[in-house]
Design a protein around this ligand. Structure first.
Ligand code: SF4
Length: 283
C-alpha cells in the first residue's frame, strides 16, 4: 500500500496521491490520463477525480500500479474497479491492468473470444476470476513474461515465445527464425528482432497489432514511434523489422509501453512509413 508519509509534494491536495516508491512506469497515466501526470521522473496526481468516470479510472490505475505507489486518504469501495478489469477496448479486445514490476508496468491484453492473453499481467485472484479462461499466452518478448508460470498453472494455457528470447526456459511453443507464423485463431506471429533478439508482434484478424516494446504511438510527435533508448539488441535490426511491417495492414497498435493508436489501415501505413524514415535518421 502507498504510504501517506511518502506522499510526493508534487501531488495536488486531496484524496488520491502517489508516493515516492513510484518507478515512473506510465501505467497510471494510461489508465487515468486526466488524473495522473509525469512530474520530474515520477507520476503525480495533478487533478483529483471529480466525475464518476474519473474516479473509476483512478481506481483502476491504483489497482494496476505495479508497485502499489498510489494511495487514497479515504477508504474506497473498489469492487466496481475490480469488476471492470480487464477493460474493454474494442470488439473482444481488452486491456488487463494489474501490471507487474518485473515487466516495468507493461500493459497486457486479453482477447475474449479465443481466450488469449498477450503478455503477462501480474497474477492476482481478482483478475484470474474475471477471465473466462486462458487457452494461450502469447509473449512478445522476454521482458514481459511476468507471472506466465502462474497463469500456466491456473489455466493450463499454451505459452508462445520466440526461441531467441526463450533461451532454454520451458515454454510450450518456441518458434524459430524470421518468417511469420500462422498460429491459428486468426493470429499471425511476426518476428521483429530489435528491442530484444527474440521480439515478435502478434497480428489478430488483420486488424489488431499487439506490439510489445517494438512500436507505439507518440502523442508528442503525433505519429508511430520506437524506443531508441530502450533498444537492447539492435537498432538496425529493429529498423529492418519495422520496415517488414509495411507488408501488413492493421487498424490498431496495442503496445506494452507507450500509447495505443487506432486509425485507418491507410493512415496507419503512412505513420509506419514515417516511423521507418525517422528510425533510419537516428543512430
Ligand atoms: S503506475 Fe505506479 S509506478 Fe507506474 S507511474 Fe503510476 S504511480 Fe508510478
Amino acid at each position: 500500500m502507498a504510504q501517506a508519509a511518502l506522499r510526493l509534494e508534487t501531488n495536488v491536495p486531496g484524496d488520491f496521491f502517489v508516493d515516492s516508491t513510484c518507478i515512473d512506469c506510465d501505467a497510471c497515466r494510461i489508465f487515468a490520463p486526466a488524473v495522473f501526470e509525469d512530474v520530474g521522473g515520477m507520476s503525480a496526481v495533478l487533478h483529483q477525480p471529480e466525475t464518476d468516470e474519473e474516479l473509476l479510472a483512478a481506481q483502476k490505475a491504483l489497482i494496476s500500479c505495479p508497485t502499489a505507489s498510489i494511495g487514497t486518504v479515504a477508504k474506497h469501495d473498489m469492487r466496481g474497479a475490480v469488476a471492470s478489469l480487464p477493460e474493454h477496448l474494442d470488439e473482444d479486445v481488452h486491456r488487463c491492468g494489474y501490471t507487474s514490476e518485473s515487466s516495468f508496468g507493461a500493459i497486457s491484453y486479453y482477447l475474449g473470444e479465443p481466450r488469449i492473453l498477450i503478455d503477462s499481467p501480474r497474477f492476482t485472484e481478482p483478475l484470474a476470476k474475471n477471465l473466462p479462461g486462458v487457452r494461450r499466452l502469447l509473449l512478445t518478448h522476454q521482458d514481459d513474461i511476468a507471472d506466465h508460470q502462474k497463469f500456466r498453472d491456473r489455466f493450463g494455457c499454451e505459452r508462445v515465445l520466440h526461441a531467441d528470447d526463450a533461451r532454454g526456459r520451458t515454454f510450450e511453443h518456441t518458434p524459430t527464425g524470421s518468417d511469420p507464423i500462422d498460429l491459428g485463431d486468426g493470429i499471425v506471429m511476426i518476428p521483429t528482432p530489435g528491442h530484444t533478439r527474440g521480439h515478435a508482434v502478434f497480428l489478430s484478424r488483420d486488424k489488431y497489432l499487439f506490439t510489445g516494446d517494438h512500436l507505439a504511438w507518440s502523442p508528442a510527435r503525433r505519429t508511430l514511434t520506437a524506443f531508441r533508448n530502450t533498444c537492447w539488441y539492435s537498432w538496425d535490426a529493429q529498423t529492418r523489422s519495422m520496415e517488414r511491417l509495411l507488408d501488413y495492414a492493421f487498424e490498431w497498435v496495442l503496445p506494452g509501453h507507450g500509447r495505443i493508436h487506432h486509425d485507418s489501415p491507410e493512415a496507419m501505413r503512412q505513420h509506419l512509413e514515417r516511423c521507418v524514415e525517422w528510425m533510419k535518421s537516428v543512430r
